[in-house]
Every structure is written in C-alpha cells, then in structure tokens.
Design a protein around this ligand. Structure first.
Ligand code: OSB
Ligand code: MG
Length: 372
C-alpha cells in the first residue's frame, strides 16, 4: 500500500457543555476542542485531539496541541508518508510528550483505513464484542445532595459503574454519604493526583468501603510511590495520568503500582499505543478500561470501539452524548441502551457520521494541509 492521504484538516471547535465539570485540579467549561480529518481517495477519516483548556491534567492545552500538530506532527506525517496508523504511531514517537495532540491524526488514520477496507473500526482494532457495558464519571458539586441525586439518576439509567471525583476535603465524606444512601454500588473514586503519601491514613480509611478502585491518587508522573501505597491498602489502585506509554505500563505492572489501568487513547498517543498497553496488561492479568476526556462524539466513538477488546474488563467512562452536550456533532448521537451498554454500529469506520453542517456551526477556526 502506498500513502493515499491527500489532505489533513484541523478544526478548532467549541461545543457548549451542558454543565461545567469540576475535578480536583480545576473546572472544565466550554473549551476549544480539536477535530482532525484525513482526506484521501474520496474517504474522510476522523479523529480528535482531546485537550483540556489548561495544563493541569497533563502539559497539553489547545494552544500547544495546535502548535505541535501544525509545526511538527503534520510535517512529519507529510515527510514520512506512513501507510498505516501503526506506522504513524512509530513516526510520531520522535515527538517527546504531546501525545494528545498527535493522537488526533493517528485515530483519524484508523477510521480512514477501516473505511477504506469497508469494516467497522472495532473489528479492525481486533474487538471481540459488539456491545460494551459502560460507566459514568461524575464531577464534584458544591452541594453533596446534588451529587447524590445525580448518582441516583445515572444508576436508574443503567450505568454499570459510578466514578466520583475526590480531592482533599471532599473525599471520605462523599463515599460515606453514597454508601448511606445507596449501599454497596459499583463505585470508584478518581483523585486526579491530588494526594501524597502523607495522606496514607485516608486511603486506609477508604478500605472500610469496597471500592472498585482508586484512580490516580498520587503525582501525575509517579510510579514509585503508588507501589508503596498499593502495598499498604486493599482497594486496588488504577493509574491514569502516570501511564503515557506501554513502557510506563510495564514499569507500573512490574513494580506493583496498580492493579488496573485506565487507558485513554488521547493520553497515550492514540489507538495503536492503547492496543499495546491492553495487550501487555492482558499478559500480566491486569484488567483495563477506557477513560474519557469529555470528547465530542468523534473521540467517544473511537473510545467505544477500542473498549470492545477482550481485556477491557471494566466499564469505561463513556457517557452518552446528551450527558455532555446539548447537541453532538455525530449522527446518530451516542446513546445508552436500556442495558447500560453501548451497541457498536455495524458500519465502516467509527460507525457514526460526522454531521458537517453542525460541525461547521461549531467550528471557530480551520486549517488545511496538503500532503502533495
Ligand atoms: O481523570 O478521568 C479523568 C475528565 C477530564 C479530565 C480528566 C478526567 C475526566 C473524566 C471524564 O473523568 C471522563 C469522561 O466522561 O469523558
Ligand atoms: Mg482520571
């Protein structure tokens, strides 16, 4: 196969969020999101660089991602002319960090290639299921009753996992209140790096509750202290921020820093790296699940596709469109089945159509790069 991509289109879109999403490091409001389109042979492949508005989750922002795409990733892509998404991932390894930025192009290539072969993306990725149970990530609220009512609504909808956000001062009391109201439910907590080993007594206290897992309690780049913490507590630790590459996953597994891994395709640079981490974790009996970054329907469709691989053992943070946005840019919008699952469309590629009219309505800026 030769290189057949004729043009790369980068669009900066702003899709109004239904409500702000507060976590320990800050609040995500409406923001610039990045949609990447690869055009070639009459086919459009779609991807998303799922950046947050500030460098508080990792080092990336909409500004850095646009810069890396325009000045490094797309020029490298044009120069090296990779003929597969896997080769694109390898070419982009030259770039240190900035994995969310580069992931948009890599994911779009997966969609493009699946469409060129006429098969659904999930099958192209090696997925083994056509329906996946999903969970929901619930932000922090100033009023604990609002949090409890939201959880009640999500449980009623059938979500298979409730993830709450925690941070110093908003931790044990939230878990206690949830147990008091709902008893034992499939519950996990995500600290987004808000603690240090000095808080070890909090994590020992949390062992009173049977949590599915505790996500990223310590530093965003730590693997060592998480191993110390895991040895002291019963609830399993799941790493998010700390795992950017299969090499990090190998270190974490060998050191015992976690028992579960949250794989976000954006954070690790795309679907190829997600597959590598998935496969390595499977070899070591470590289950994984698909995290989210409040993606538009484009990024979420890819998340649903990768979650069909066999070692995605836990429900991902894959909410339906209506939970994030007033209107999504894909058709049909992404909806939960009555079983609390996402059903994979039997269509080539990501399985959802990008609505070009709506995309245009929300596009603030567009840049085209010719590959010839
Ligand atoms: O840590 O998983 C996280 C959102 C923004 C930044 C970080 C995280 C999250 C979520 C939301 O938990 C997941 C989603 O619903 O997309
Ligand atoms: Mg997280």
């Amino acid at each position: 196969m030769s290189f057949q991509i004729e043009e790369v289109v980068v669009r900066i879109v702003r899709l109004p969020l239904i409500e702000p999403f507060r976590v320990s490091f800050g609040t995500v409001k409406d923001r610039d999101q990045i949609v990447v389109e690869l055009r070639g042979g009459g086919i459009s492949g779609w991807g998303e660089s799922a950046v947050l508005p500030f460098p508080f989750y990792n080092h990336e922002t909409p500004g850095t991602a646009q810069h890396i795409l325009k000045d490094f990733a797309i020029p490298l892509f044009k120069k090296e002319r990779p003929t597969s998404p896997q080769e694109t991932n390898r070419v982009f390894e030259k770039i240190v960090g900035h994995r969310i930025a580069r992931s948009g192009v890599e994911m779009a290539y997966w969609d493009w290639e699946a469409k060129a072969k006429g098969i659904p993306l999930y099958k192209h990725l090696g997925g083994t299921r056509s329906e996946v149970p999903v969970g929901i990530s619930v932000p922090l609220f100033d009023d604990i009753n609002v949090l409890l009512d939201r959880i009640a609504g999500f449980l009623e909808k059938g979500y298979h996992k409730i993830k709450i956000k925690i941070g110093p001062g908003e931790d044990l009391k939230l878990v206690e209140a949830i147990y008091t109201r709902f008893g034992e439910i499939p519950l996990m907590v995500d600290a987004n790096s808000a603690y240090t080993l000095e808080h070890i007594s909090l994590f020992k206290d949390l062992d009173r509750f049977k949590l599915m897992m505790i996500e990223q309690p310590l530093r965003h780049d730590d693997i060592f202290d998480h191993a110390k913490l895991q040895r002291e507590i019963k609830n399993p630790i799941c790493l998010d921020e700390s795992i950017e590459h299969v090499h990090d996953a190998a270190s974490a597994i060998e050191l015992g820093s976690c028992k579960i891994i949250n794989i976000k395709p954006g954070r690790v640079g795309g679907l190829t790296e997600s597959k590598k981490i998935h496969d390595l974790a499977a070899q070591h009996g470590v289950g994984v699940w698909c995290g989210g970054m409040l993606e538009t329907g484009i990024g979420r469709a890819a998340n649903i596709a990768i979650a069909t691989l066999p070692n995605y053992k836990y429900p991902g943070d894959i909410g339906e469109s209506a939970r994030y946005y007033h209107e999504d840019i894909v058709d049909p919008s992404i909806a939960l089945s009555p079983r609390g699952t996402m059903v994979l469309p039997d269509k080539p590629g990501i399985g959802f159509d990008v609505n070009l009219e709506r995309l245009k309505k929300y596009t603030r800026h567009e840049e085209r790069f010719s590959m010839s």
